[in-house]
Design a protein around this ligand. Structure first.
Ligand SMILES: Cc1cc2nc3c(=O)[nH]c(=O)nc-3n(C[C@H](O)[C@H](O)[C@H](O)COP(=O)(O)OP(=O)(O)OC[C@H]3O[C@@H](n4cnc5c(N)ncnc54)[C@H](O)[C@@H]3O)c2cc1C
Length: 180
């Protein structure tokens, strides 16, 4: 899942000397365009960026003036016009660029591309097994789901509660596996 949540966690762990491995279904960093803008709030996303030690790189991504907000109706009548106050409270950045600074900040080999997770199970002793689409498996002592909308929750000793949304565990997507 080399995307924002999982990569940020991997980076914060790395800053603290804790190795981790990130398993991603996509075959390479170029497999899919990561478009779209993100507001990174000072009380939320920026705290994570700071914990990752990447504030300087983050500031280099900020698009000046993009905190301006204007709402118009279908006739073009301006309903709300709020200028960028310049405080940097919720600057906008490109999702793909933010992902790139996170990727660049991790040791080589941290991200394992082309590893689509097809399922997980817990052994009940603090270890978890992750199965990939090609049938290979890894066992880890700590497993974190960072697959966005398909977020998965894994709890020790409770193999039937793999999905926060109650879906089919066999369809479960990506994980971040910590090797430490
Ligand atoms: C439309 C939209 C707008 C948003 N705007 C903002 C914003 O302005 N500011 C903000 O802070 N947050 C915003 N968010 C939230 C933010 O995008 C998420 O919090 C963040 O991306 C979650 O990170 P993640 O790593 O868990 O998941 P994602 O970024 O969704 O990445 C999931 C990753 O899992 C991989 N994956 C999927 N299935 C598998 C599988 N089976 N095996 C292995 N890998 C798999 C995918 O390829 C992908 O790389 C927005 C979200 C959306 C949808």
């Amino acid at each position: 899942m080399p995307a924002l949540g999982g990569l940020t966690l991997a980076r914060v762990l790395h800053v603290h000397g804790i190795p981790s491995t990130v398993y991603e279904a996509e075959s390479s960093p170029m497999a899919r365009a990561r478009g779209g803008m993100l507001d990174i709030h000072d009380y939320y996303g920026q705290l994570a960026v700071e914990a990752a030690g990447l504030m300087d790189e983050f500031h280099g991504l900020i698009l000046e003036g993009r905190q301006q907000l204007r709402l118009v109706d279908r006739d073009g009548t301006v309903l709300l016009d709020k200028a960028d106050d310049g405080t940097g409270g919720r600057p906008e950045v490109q999702r793909g660029e933010l992902r790139q600074i996170l990727l660049d900040s991790l040791p080589a080999g941290t991200v394992r591309w082309g590893h689509k997770v097809s399922g997980t199970r817990t052994f009940g002793d603090g270890r978890h097994e992750v199965t990939f689409a090609d049938g290979t498996t890894v066992v880890t002592s700590l497993l974190v789901g960072a697959d966005g909308a398909w977020y998965v929750e894994v709890r020790d000793g409770d193999p039937d509660r793999h999905r926060a949304d109650g879906g089919d565990p066999a369809a479960v997507p990506s994980r971040l596996t910590l090797s430490g």
